[in-house]
Design a protein. Structure first.
Ligand SMILES: Cc1cc2nc3c(=O)[nH]c(=O)nc-3n(C[C@H](O)[C@H](O)[C@H](O)COP(=O)(O)O)c2cc1C
Length: 383
């Protein structure tokens, strides 16, 4: 695995370009692309780009502190790793590597239900608690058993993803044959054969199936492939009453991920959850939905004094983090930026992306005259 030095990658886009060369096309597109016409995917980025920061001068910024807390836990900066499915195919053991890199950087990692490594695999390689993201499937036996496993593994927060009662379609996944079951074409075979470093990392890895789901299916006699089972089991009946049910099983921090509407945010605050993630699933679900950053200020104004407001969607740099904090977020999650780093350089690549974002955030604070990350307000945004 080549090391990711500062010369290779001076920003996330460099890591994205390295990732594009290193992993099969179908997997790169799975990470990079969005649903349908990708309107929401694009506006997540363009709306962040459109925000301008206020340059302020002659402030003593010799001591800038990025340390804060997310969900009551100390973090060295308000940037955590978002839950992403199939991460152990982007790089062998990807979830274990991501969790380790986050811990080394003093921040948090959220494991997806649809991960390749299991909850227990990740638990083995970290000291501190990590977070777990739950998809509620029709088979509630799965949810209760996976919640129990997350508790046993000492996970400190449960993120219930609420923006996926049905899967949005990503055209490229279908065109590339990244479907359940996989469509193997000659192009796929050639593509894989020309990515030897990636292939080695995946071949040497502990697992290649959806680890959490497989563990459950095996306990039930394992009659179906985990991908097909999950695909057929997303629960379209999921509603607010089910949040009470999840609450009854989970005593720790409870987070709803995928809130984009002020009314839903208010309802979440009344439902007794600890936090929400303002998110449109990285432009992978409802195409035509507003960008996350455009939705954030109103939501933060409405519920920010009652519950913690986290944010994701389009974060690629420290400047983006600054804009999200100024728009009312307590902290941010990174999905694609994490995966570009992982695909480009494994654990070192994830460390690199976190370092880059940290350095950019620190400089942005200094140049806007901010010394304390917790004191950032709307004031840093140019009118
Ligand atoms: C490849 C990929 C897989 C994802 N899988 C999941 C998942 O399993 N569960 C989930 O709640 N969100 C999932 N997401 C959404 C992310 O958690 C996050 O909301 C999104 O990536 C944020 O946008 P960004 O990629 O622009 O940072 C996924 C995103 C990507 C890019």
């Amino acid at each position: 695995m080549p090391s990711i030095t500062s010369i290779d990658a001076t920003n996330t886009e460099d890591l994205r370009q390295i990732a594009r060369r290193r992993i099969p096309r179908a997997l790169f597109d799975y990470v990079d692309r969005g649903s349908y016409d990708e309107l929401t995917l694009r506006s997540n980025r363009s709306d962040l780009d459109a925000i301008r920061l206020r340059q302020r001068v002659l402030v003593d910024v010799s001591k800038v502190t990025l340390a804060t807390s997310m969900l009551g836990e100390p973090v060295s900066m308000p940037v955590a790793i978002a839950p992403t499915g199939m991460t152990g195919l982007i790089h062998g053991n990807g979830e274990m590597l991501g969790a380790r890199a986050a811990e080394a950087a003093g921040t948090k990692f959220c494991l997806s239900t649809m991960s390749i490594c299991t909850i227990e695999d990740v638990r083995e390689v970290v000291e501190k608690p990590f977070w777990f993201q739950l998809y509620v499937f029709r088979d509630r036996g799965f949810s209760s058993s996976v919640i129990e496993r997350a508790r046993a593994a000492n996970c400190s927060a449960l993120f219930v993803t609420v923006d996926l009662p049905m899967r949005g379609q990503r055209h490229m996944d279908i065109k590339n044959g990244l479907t359940v079951p996989l469509r193997i074409s000659l192009r796929n075979v050639i593509d894989v054969a020309t990515k030897p470093a990636w292939a080695m990392s995946v071949l040497r890895a502990r697992r290649r199936g959806f680890g959490n789901v497989e563990a459950f299916l095996n306990s039930r006699g394992g009659i179906m492939a985990s991908g097909s089972w999950a695909n057929e089991n997303y629960d379209r009946t999921l509603n607010w009453r089910d949040i009470d049910w999840v609450r009854s099983l989970w005593p720790g921090k409870l987070v709803l991920k995928g809130i984009l509407d002020v009314e839903d945010a208010k309802r979440a605050a009344s439902a007794g959850v600890d936090a929400i993630v303002v998110s449109n699933h990285g432009g992978r679900q409802l195409d035509g939905a507003r960008s996350s950053i455009a939705s954030l200020p109103d939501i933060a104004n409405a519920v920010g004094d009652r519950i913690e407001v986290l944010f994701d969607g389009g974060i690629r740099s420290g400047q983006d983090v600054m804009k999200a904090l100024a728009s009312g977020a307590r902290g941010c999650l990174i999905g694609r930026a994490f995966l570009y780093g992982l695909a480009a350089g494994g654990e070192a690549g994830v460390r690199r992306v976190l370092e880059l974002i940290r350095a950019e955030l620190e400089v942005s604070m200094a140049l806007t005259g901010q010394c304390d990350i917790q004191a950032i307000t709307r004031d840093v945004i140019a009118p």
